[in-house]
Each structure stands twice: as structure tokens, then as C-alpha cells.
Design a protein around this ligand. Sequence first.
Ligand code: ZN
Length: 375
Amino acid sequence: MINIGEPKLEGNRLSNKIDVPDNFKHHLNESEFFASYDVNIDADESILNIPAVCSMLPLAWYNGLDIHVGSIDGTFLKSMKVLHRKYCEVYPDLLFETNILVDNVVKNVVEGDGVALTFSGGIDSMYSLSRLHDLKPRLVTLFRFTHRSQHRGFFDKIVGHYKERFETEMNVVDTNMRELTKEGNYTYLAIRQTPHQIGALAPMSIGRFNRVFTAGGGVPIYSGLAVDERIRVPDIEDNFAWADLSVRVHGFFYRHEKFPSIIEFMDGFDGLKIQTCWFPSLFGGARIEFDFNCGNCPKCASGIIGLLIRGRNPNHYGFDVDDSTWDKLKNGFNVWGHFRRYIVPMQLFIRENGMPEGDYHGSRAFLEWFKEAKI
Ligand SMILES: [Zn+2]
């Protein structure tokens, strides 16, 4: 059994001691969960415990361990049972039972009517902001989740870029949720995304918001990649809830279809940049030697090509494309494997709609190749 210790709140830094059975200790990098908020936190213990429980649920689900916690919100408790059952339907390696054992189940209300949107600056969240900005969503981004702890300076630059331009409030949660446990196999990585990213918001929701939007990051229909597509989909993650708050997955469709709305929205700002690169997430120890995006990873490729097929210059949206970009992308297609799900629909788009306008540092010749390439 995993035991979640009493929540400790020092200023706006929340922490819980985590205890796991001896034979699971090697799964942990640290023995204490923490989340530091940049807003005042004033919530019942049954809400404060949600992020720590969420940080350990994926390990419990994956290994069939029970979790014990002193108190927890009743709506959250029910919603995690539904989420677990839905994940079990999708991932055949999740066959075990997990019980959340609670001494005190509490009914809460958030007492807020605002809207929050998880926002990294990537393509999916930029699209969701472009569609939801009339709701004036509070943007929430998690440090150490999309960016590794070694890249704090880079992360601060990204957040500063958005804070300068957006009128809506933007909050940072600094949490070790992702770093607390060791990286696992694909199923483990897939089922931890939502509990980590959404669960971290629970303490700050009190008095502020009762709706959370999170961007759908998959594609609904693409042959042969069924499991990979289901990281964040409405019929699973819409079940996430606590108190009287609801969660909605927004914009669950092909990535390339999001660009017209993204472009229209971004053109309304002075030099607004997308930050979609995988590099800060994967290569924690490496130095970041680019401004916003490396231009040489699958996520950057889908951003660059998504803009090109709409006739736009990627360099106006946060990329740094030059003559050397195209050979790097061609080579990447050979090794990126499952990222075909982003790339192939864009290829089909050109075949159906013809070559787009514009030629940026040789992008036209690249797209001519891309249109017919076997990738
Ligand atoms: Zn990149």
C-alpha cells in the first residue's frame, strides 16, 4: 500500500510525505511530493491531498497497489474510479485492482465560477486559447512537467513572453509530480499525464474556478495507432472532477486542422510565439541553444509543416527555419515512428488541396518532396 502523509502548507508550498512498500522504493526518485503555487492557497485537507494522490495513482494503477490517505474529496474519489476503469478498457496491461482507502470523505464546493485552461504554449493549448479566450481563462502551466528542472531560465523566458502579451492571468505551479517517480513504459507515461496535469490544479481552484479545460493532444482516427491516440480524449478525461468542478477535454481532432484558428488568433498579437518543442521535456541535462523551438524534433516538425501548408512563414510564429532545416526534418521522418500520426494527415492535406503559397528558405522544394514522400 502507498501511504500519503498529512498535507503540509508552508506559505503556498504544499507537500506530503510519500511512503511505498519496500519493494517499490526503487520506483521513487524522492520521498516527498511538493507543489508551489504563485497564488494564495486556502483549501480543506481533502482538496490539498488531491495532487499528492494524483502523483501516485499512475504507479498504483499500473502495479495494482492500494493508496491510503487521511481525507479526500468525495467527487474526486468517485471520478478516479471511473478514470481507472476507462484506462483499463484501453490499456490491456492494467488488469489490477486499486482501492483508495480514506478515513474521511469530504464534500466540497470550490466557490468560484471562473475558467482555467492548462497552457504550455504548444499547438494544442494555443488552439484551445484561440477558441476559448472570450471566457478569459486563467492559464495554468506546470514547471518540471513540460520543462525539466534544469531549464528554469528557459521556462521563465517562455512564461514571461506570454504574460507580456495576454490579458488573462497566467499561473505557474512548480511541482515534482513528474520527477517523483521513475519514467515507465508507454502505458505508464500515458496514464500519468492527466492525473498529474489536472490534479495539480485542485488546491488553487478553491475560490477561483469551477471549470477546467485541457487541450486534447491526440487524433481521433488514424489507423494502426489506437493506443497511442488515447492519451487525452473526451470520453476518458472528461470524467475527472472534484467538488463541484468539471473538466473538459477541448479540441480533440487533427492537429493540422487547428492552424487556421491558431494563425488568426496569433496574428492579433505582436510577435506571439508557439512553444511546442520536445527538447526541454526530454533532454533535461542538455543546454538549450535556441530561442523558442529547436526546429529538429517531431513536435517542431508538426508545427513548421502545419504553418507551411497554410502558406505561413514558420519564423513569424516562434520557429527559426533556415536552409538547413529541411534535411533535418527528412532525416527525422526515418526515426520518429509514431509521430506519423501528426505528419501524415498534413501530407494528405497537400495532396487534396494543392501546394500552398510561399517559399521560405527552400520550404517549397521541401513540400514538393514531402507531398510524395513515403514516410
Ligand atoms: Zn523541437
